[in-house]
Design a protein around this ligand. Structure first.
Ligand code: PMP
Ligand code: GLN
Length: 383
């Protein structure tokens, strides 16, 4: 089973983390933090386990977390969600994406428009759902889509426009023009917008703007997020999807048969996290921004050309000046050559467009300062 364009195969994250483990290299490949998040959140999970919150929670999620998601979206974005109808808890953003796409796709003529390069599960789930993937390229170094190419991609066959903002792997935050055009096109062609905003609090320039807050967007938008990035709990797999009740119900219908429910003691803990004061959320963005700058400076001094991400865990660097011809070969050799693991951008692209990303490499900045410094010094010495 490989899906269209080989979309269903061992993920690049498993492959590169295994390489890091085998070689002892510093893992700047897979995006996960190497430190724990807020103590209150960890303690709330311990307390829930001790208090017997260990059996199946309700299918939509525990009411306290549904309310916490709604409160969080009111506090940061002014959205008014009905927690009992407009929110669904999922096994991470990954399940939310899968259940939403499986719910919305009706047949092989349906098209899903995604920005390329894309988080790898997008193409895999579109293949599993039996739809057609249509991609709009994002180009080095600013990775904003061309609006004409976006308009050409969206047609009456488009069932879903799948957005990821802030964007993995490029770190781009889409401009207001791009967001507005997505909403206009979805309206014109009667498509649903699925927007993956897992990095909503990891933005470095301006506050995050959810697509669902734009005029005309709410009624056709499913917004996906996750506690993993915001609270440094990627292993807990507590995510959520929010939007109009009829769309959320369709996602719930599928979710029941994927995982049924998930993570009962982690749900009250993520609710605790979502209710942390504003200073916590500002603090994680400021900390990651400083790490982005440290990583960027290290990569530049090692000879990479470096883009400046506006959000997310990631920085993309061009290794052409270091003699790279094929980013996959470069990344496979990098652990032996320099003791660092990174991910080739080609892993997030369709075969037809891999040439556009041939020398680009993604590095994760979500690591301790001393780890980033050591990685930078190894790269400067060895590449
Ligand atoms: N979407 C994007 C853009 C991601 O980077 C990730 C992963 N880290 C996910 C979804 C998956 O999130 P989760 O771990 O909550 O399933
Ligand atoms: N989202 C993280 C990344 O892009 C990890 C994803 C994963 O391991 N599936 O690196």
């Amino acid at each position: 089973l490989v899906g269209a364009d080989g979309a269903i195969r061992p993920t690049i994250f498993a492959e590169m983390s295994a390489l890091a483990a085998k070689t002892g290299a510093i893992n700047l490949g897979q995006g996960f933090p190497d430190e724990d998040g807020p103590a209150e959140v960890l303690e709330a999970a311990r307390a829930a386990i001790a208090n017997g919150v260990n059996q199946y929670p309700p299918g939509r999620g525990i009411p306290d977390l549904l309310s916490a998601v709604a409160e969080h979206q009111a506090r940061f974005y002014g959205l008014r969600l009905d927690p009992g109808r407009d929110v669904l808890i999922t096994a991470g953003a990954t399940e939310a994406l899968a259940a939403a796409l499986l719910a919305l796709i009706e047949g092989p003529d349906d098209e899903v428009v995604v920005f390329e390069p894309y988080y790898d599960s997008y193409a895999a789930v579109v293949a599993l759902a039996g739809a057609r993937l249509v991609t709009v390229p994002l180009r080095w170094p600013d990775f904003q889509p061309d609006l004409d190419e976006l308009r050409d991609a969206v047609t009456d066959r488009t069932r879903v426009i799948l957005v990821n903002d802030p964007h993995n792997p490029t770190g781009a935050v889409f401009s207001a023009e791009v967001r507005d055009e997505v909403v206009r096109l979805a309206d014109r062609h009667d498509a649903v917008i699925i927007t993956d905003e897992v990095y909503e609090h990891l933005v470095f320039r301006a506050p995050h703007v959810p697509i669902a807050t734009l005029p005309g967007a709410w009624e056709r938008t499913l917004t996906i997020s996750s506690g993993g990035k915001t609270f440094s709990t990627t292993g807990w797999k507590i995510g959520w999807v929010s939007g109009p009740a009829d769309l959320v119900d369709a996602v719930l219908a599928v979710k029941q048969f994927l995982t049924y429910v998930n993570g009962s003691p982690f749900q009250p803990a993520i609710a605790t996290g979502l209710r942390l004061p504003d200073a916590f959320f500002a603090g994680i963005a400021a900390t990651l921004r400083a790490k982005r700058d440290l990583l960027g400076a290290g990569l530049r001094s090692a000879g990479f050309d470096v883009s400046t991400p506006a959000g997310s865990y990631f920085t993309v660097a061009d290794a052409r000046g270091l003699g790279a011809v094929d980013a996959a070969d470069f990344c496979c050799a990098l652990p032996e050559r320099a003791g660092v693991v990174a991910i080739p951008l080609t892993a997030f692209a369709t075969p037809a467009r891999r040439g556009d990303y041939a020398t680009l490499v993604r590095f994760a900045a979500c690591k301790r300062v001393e780890v980033l410094e050591e990685a930078a010094s190894r790269l400067s010495r060895s590449v």
